[in-house]
Design a protein around this ligand. Sequence first.
Ligand SMILES: [Zn+2]
Length: 154
Amino acid sequence: MRVKLCNGVTHAAPTWVPLDAEHWHFYRTGRRAGRPLSRCRACRAWEATIAALKNPDHGLVETAEVLQWIEELISRCDTLVGVEQAHGIPVSTLWPLLHGHRLTMQKRTAARIMRALVIQRANDRRNHATSNGYRSGLITVAVRDKKMMDEYAT
Ligand SMILES: [Zn+2]
């Protein structure tokens, strides 16, 4: 399997990501046609969400833009209650977003979630992960990364 290093914002450290259409966008035209973009899809999605939040057109953003970051935040804090305790974002705010009852959300709320996730990622990096669920996820990623690098080297 081919891999490519991504040093975008969604990774704790530069990470080998499988070089395929599931993980990367590829240039369609021009001199670089067929080559991958410099950052993986997850990192570009993050950048797109930040760009949507900065768009001054209106005060709302689509929940779908933010959903994967809500899910990551919950998985890092183990539960919705964990998010509320760590970051003060109420369960009553996240629950309807998570379950599709609100298709748009205030940018203010989205920005709060993104900030909480940046803080949580930094904490997890410092503490080598506080939650068991996230720690086992990290181990999975580490094993996968090593495997990918081994395959890349041979
Ligand atoms: Zn990336």
